[in-house]
Design a protein around this ligand. Sequence first.
Ligand SMILES: CC(C)(COP(=O)(O)OP(=O)(O)OC[C@H]1O[C@@H](n2cnc3c(N)ncnc32)[C@H](O)[C@@H]1OP(=O)(O)O)[C@@H](O)C(=O)NCCC(=O)NCCS
Length: 199
Amino acid sequence: MTDQLRTERLLLRRWTDADRPAFHALNSDPLVMATIGQTMSRGESDAFMNRIEHRFDEHGFGLWCVDLDGESIGFTGLMVPWFRDGVEIGWRIRSEHWGQGFAPEAALECLRHAFTARHAGGLGLDELVSFTAATNTKSRRVMEKIGLRHDPDGDFDHPSVPEGDPLRPHVLYRAHRATWAERGTGSDAPSEPAGPGVA
Ligand SMILES: CC(C)(COP(=O)(O)OP(=O)(O)OC[C@H]1O[C@@H](n2cnc3c(N)ncnc32)[C@H](O)[C@@H]1OP(=O)(O)O)[C@@H](O)C(=O)NCCC(=O)NCCS
């Protein structure tokens, strides 16, 4: 179980009760939730944090708190979707911190951790998926920046979004460990290649 990951500017860590107000600020911001669904009450946000922490204990990974200089500015991490196989990578950043590349920075570290071999401290996954409402250009930009590829054959209607809702059509993106390892040698390589532990 890896409780913490670090990037140049960010600490990705487990959640504490002290983060609950900032987490609610994130989940109740209409700008943030416009591409996801309903804003959350404090109770709903607290219950969501409890589920995230439970998933860390269950899977050994989860949606890490993105900590900027001691302040929780959102989450980025890995989860198992309830309606399909695989492990998903996702993100949500407080709107006052948008546009500074925090989500892709955190996500690249999550990708590295996911694709690093188990004996080297990673999760040893072969593939990650990511999906978002087709209209969510901000999230799609993050996917593209970190090297995920759109798989149009995998696009789908999200089962928890009602029919007729414009957020229902979703796009599916994928990342594979082999491709990730190759990116480590390219000119647009991420700051940390997959590392020696990757097969
Ligand atoms: C998607 C999200 C996490 C991106 O976080 P971020 O740290 O701002 O990421 P970036 O700085 O790389 O910006 C990504 C894109 O967002 C857009 N963007 C950035 N700042 C913006 C702002 N202030 N207003 C509107 N759009 C903005 C740009 O298109 C940008 O792409 P570019 O860098 O090529 O111009 C953030 O916008 C967010 O939390 N959105 C709401 C939650 C969400 O949709 N999560 C994904 C659900 S699947």
